[in-house]
Ligand binder design. Structure first.
Ligand SMILES: [Zn+2]
Length: 148
């Protein structure tokens, strides 16, 4: 077992603690750093898992990126892709849905693509989720080339 941030080998207890708190293999130093972000920004556990999975697959994601008006769970700045992890679908009202749509509109106006991924997808279908995000990034890269 290795820390996904620095590659340092980690022991059983360190591993278990990190898995309990954030669901990602991290050494105690990096667990502390990630926990700080998680507590400050209320980052969902699944956002951390997806962030490290994307990293492992060669993307260059940023965690809790500030887009000028709000914090985005994960951003891939090269292609202006923002990813939010949705955790409150059961409780979604039409008011929230409308706010989401407005947010999406604002992002498009600013040249960003916004996607919202339900946390259960990350939890149960992480590799498929990663595959599709990579596909979206590839698609955006192609589109950016066409524009430039
Ligand atoms: Zn580490």
């Amino acid at each position: 077992m290795k820390c996904k941030e620095c590659g340092r080998p980690i022991g059983y207890l360190e591993h278990r603690e990190a898995m309990d708190y954030v669901g990602v293999e991290l050494c105690s130093r990096h667990l502390k750093l990630i926990e700080k972000i998680k507590n400050e920004k209320e980052t969902p556990k699944e956002a951390l898992q997806l962030y490290y999975a994307l990293k492992e697959n060669g993307l260059n994601p940023m965690l809790e990126w500030w887009d000028g008006s709000k914090s985005v769970d994960i951003a891939i700045s090269r292609v202006k892709l923002n990813i939010d992890i949705g955790t409150d679908y059961e409780l979604m009202t039409h008011k929230q849905a409308l706010e989401d749509l407005e947010e999406t509109m604002q992002s498009f106006k600013n040249g960003f693509t916004n996607i919202r991924i339900p946390h259960i997808l990350v939890k149960h279908y992480l590799s498929d989720t990663v595959k599709y995000v990579i596909g979206i990034v590839d698609g955006l890269k192609l589109n950016l080339k066409v524009v430039n």
